[in-house]
Design a protein around this ligand. Structure first.
Ligand SMILES: [Zn+2]
Length: 441
């Protein structure tokens, strides 16, 4: 039996590094080993150990004063939309009217680099990307034009008529305004067609609006989504859920993940504990997008921020206590002046800390759980021989102080150095053509 190594991507081929890690963290076990070496060749991890066989011509990267760990995952964001206070008062319907798919694709490139610089090597992009700017971003990264996180994208969000919009009849019926921000699918035939359209145009999972309209999807509708997505190469279905009834139906239909905690926060008369127990039993992911309490958050959501935040934190705590599978996720698709997208995203640590979840667990949720909810755990993420070399380094020890993740000073992606000594160095990622192959779609 032969064990064939995957062929190196042309963008990383011929490169070799030896990384000296002061502290090498394994988020799966919540442990660390000191003074470890990692050898990286042709974009992949070759060997890890206190001593190792030196690779010919390998460049030494000295991270002996740092904690070295696998890359982080934001399991819910939208890189190809940026709504703003001015001029649209953070109403993304107006952003959609103003910003073309083309400008949104370029925003996505910038947002992707800002996230990568903050240590996020995987981004699960949940739609709201115009006419497939999410696919364009993923393809541009995979073909080798630009640096960016590994993108797991949903294509266009599928929902009942109107998607998440409340358009006028004129705009909806005469100008077909809902598309391409949302893909209407009201009947079984339309559900199958919508899934297939997204798969054809590069979606890696399917995102649906379960119950944002008074005509929510039924259990049978969602079973059909799950079946059709599974038929298309085993894709998973993520459901945007706003109501307890929607959550109940999604759980019964065996959906992969519930996006947002709107139906899963603690307040009077809520059935959060019961729903969390059902999710834990069925192994359904909670991708809660728990917005932290911040100065800029208050301006987005009005004066109820403190009470809303407290309920959200209680919901998060309840999910943790019930052993629900959880992912770090943000939905941070807005502009906060003086902050990068990466800084806005990492600030969601506030919510996890407020729930009293230990640093080790938060780190596991931000890495291991992120790879799992993105359905790439067997291919990418871990610092493990044979895996793509996605490696970050921070000052301090995130196993003890999770805020150490706010200072990412080194990032390697696919075996190439993207950030070094706290400065982005993207040159090796930029190519004048599709170096990894034009046929990547
Ligand atoms: Zn979202």
């Amino acid at each position: 039996m032969t064990h064939e190594q995957p062929k190196p991507l042309p963008s990383s081929a011929g490169t070799a590094y030896t990384i000296r890690a002061g502290r090498l963290i394994d988020p799966e076990t919540g442990t660390a080993r000191t003074n470890q070496l990692i050898s990286v060749k042709d974009g992949r991890i070759v060997e890890i150990g206190a001593t190792l066989t030196p690779l010919e011509g390998a460049e030494m990267i000295d991270l002996s004063n740092l904690s070295v760990l696998p890359g982080l995952v934001d399991a819910h964001d939208h890189l190809a939309i940026t709504y703003k206070k001015f001029p649209e008062s953070n109403v993304f319907y107006y952003t959609y009217i103003q910003d073309s798919t083309a400008i949104r694709a370029i925003q996505a490139v910038s947002n992707g680099m800002q996230l990568l610089s903050a240590g996020f090597t995987v981004e699960r992009d949940c739609g709201n990307a115009g006419l497939y700017a999410d696919t364009a971003l993923r393809v541009a990264i995979e073909q080798g034009w630009i640096p960016g996180p590994t993108i797991i994208n949903s294509g266009i969000i599928i929902g009942g008529t109107g998607g998440q919009f409340n358009p006028t009849p004129e705009m909806a019926k005469e100008h077909n305004i809902t598309y391409p921000e949302y893909l209407d699918a009201d009947t079984p035939d339309e559900i199958i067609k919508a899934v297939r359209q997204n798969v054809l145009f590069g979606a890696k999972f399917i995102k649906i609006m379960v119950d944002s309209k008074p005509y929510p999807y039924t259990v049978d509708d969602m079973r059909l989504f799950v079946k059709e997505a599974a038929n298309a190469g085993g894709l998973k279905v993520a459901g945007h859920v706003e109501t307890e009834e929607g959550a109940r139906r999604a759980i019964e239909a065996g959906i992969w993940s519930i996006e947002h905690d709107i139906a899963l926060i603690e307040h009077e008369n809520a059935h959060t504990d019961e729903l969390h127990k059902l999710m834990a039993e069925k192994g359904i992911w909670r991708v809660g997008t728990e917005t932290p309490l911040t100065e800029y958050g208050v301006s987005f959501y009005g004066g109820v921020a403190q009470a809303e935040f407290d309920s959200r934190v209680k919901g998060l705590k309840n999910a943790y206590e019930n052993g629900v599978k959880m992912a770090f996720s943000t939905d941070a698709d807005y502009y906060v002046p003086d902050m990068t997208r990466g800084q806005v995203v990492i600030n969601f640590l506030k919510s996890w800390k407020a729930a009293g979840i230990p640093a080790k667990e938060i780190l596991k949720i931000m890495t291991i759980n992120g790879y799992k909810v993105s359905d790439i755990y067997d291919k990418r993420g871990l610092i493990k021989a044979g895996f793509p070399a996605d490696i970050i380094a921070v000052k301090g020890n995130p196993l003890e102080d999770i805020d150490a993740l706010r200072t990412v000073v080194f990032v390697m992606k696919d075996g190439l150095v993207f950030k070094r000594d706290g400065v982005m160095v993207p040159e090796k990622f930029l190519h004048g053509g599709p170096v990894n192959g034009w046929s990547i779609r």
